[in-house]
Design a protein around this ligand. Structure first.
Ligand SMILES: [Zn+2]
Length: 299
């Protein structure tokens, strides 16, 4: 057993080495609904159409439409409403029950919009007998990881008015899924962080394409856990991250279009081999990219 690896796995989910082998049947359940609004939940008298899905799986995006001029509050946060009335919110992996949005229509009337959260099962692997001393990295490494994570987190506070997230996302790299979102190892009974994205098996140097348009908000060739790391903001708090890259072809502030090559697959940082790790967020809420694509019917 590689001691340093175990230590880091327990600390952070950025490194993909924590990904258990794929378990196709149990890993992914069919998505109950597309994240795009499909049904009219309500038609308040005298107001325009409100669209929101009735249900949404854990770790997914919920998109909907409300009348222009409304305000929308979700989890204490004012949700951005686009010029066409479109909005997006994220459902966390651990979230259960229903999510509630507080809508105030332009005429001042208020409504509660509710979306039932569909539970999913995520693969769990128990690892016992890990020596206690190996679970914590040395302080200087821990400090560096924390500093770098803070830099990444800061980019996820953006709330841009661009609506690139409304594009139909494409896979950044074509290949076998070698690690699913949300899988988790439990060390000596203590849960490690859940895997924060989807891993796609690809050889060193394979081009990585932007899955949707956006603005590059972070680009660093050498983070401790995640190596060559790029973040793309797709608007309204939706962002993608790409880890372990061997080369980065974009700069912070650069606007990328869907399909544009942003860099190359690698195994930088704490990766056991070359692969593409793709994570998605709605602000600090982690979203399963694979669920998004499957919900949209992309193979
Ligand atoms: Zn990964």
């Amino acid at each position: 057993m590689k001691t340093p690896t175990i230590a880091l796995l327990a600390l952070a989910c950025g490194a993909c080495a924590s990904t258990p082998p794929p378990t196709p049947s149990s890993a992914m359940q069919p998505m109950a609904s597309r994240p795009v609004a499909q049904s009219a939940a309500a038609r308040p008298a005298g107001s325009a159409l409100i669209q929101i899905p009735t249900s949404a799986p854990q770790a997914s995006l919920v998109m909907g439409v409300v009348p222009i001029g409304s305000t929308l509050i979700y989890g204490g946060r004012a949700v951005r409403i686009g010029p066409d009335g479109r909005f997006v919110v994220g459902v966390a992996r651990e979230q259960t029950g229903a999510l509630t949005l507080d809508l105030t229509l332009p005429d001042g009337t208020t409504r509660k919009l509710s979306v039932t959260i569909t539970p999913r099962s995520f693969p769990v692997e128990r690892v016992n007998g890990v020596p206690k001393a190996t679970v914590k990295p040395p302080p200087e490494i821990a400090a560096r990881i924390e500093r770098e994570q803070a830099q990444v987190n800061a980019t996820r506070t953006r709330d841009d008015d661009r609506e690139d997230f409304e594009q139909r996302f494409i896979w950044p790299v074509q290949g076998r899924i070698s690690g699913v979102f949300g899988s988790q190892r439990i060390y000596n009974g203590t849960p490690g962080a859940a895997h924060s994205g989807v891993d796609i098996a690809a050889s060193q140097g394979t081009p990585i394409h932007a899955p949707a348009g956006g603005i590059v908000t972070f680009a660093n060739p050498d983070l401790y856990l995640t190596g060559g790391t790029v973040l793309i903001d797709h608007g309204h708090g939706v962002s993608s991250n790409f880890l372990h890259m061997s080369r980065i072809d974009v700069k912070v502030g650069e606007h990328v279009v869907q399909g544009q090559v942003i860099g190359l697959v690698g195994k930088t940082g704490r990766a056991t081999g070359p692969h593409m790790h793709w994570g998605m967020n709605w602000f600090d809420v982690r979203i399963d990219p694979q669920a998004l694509l499957e919900a949209e019917g992309v193979k």
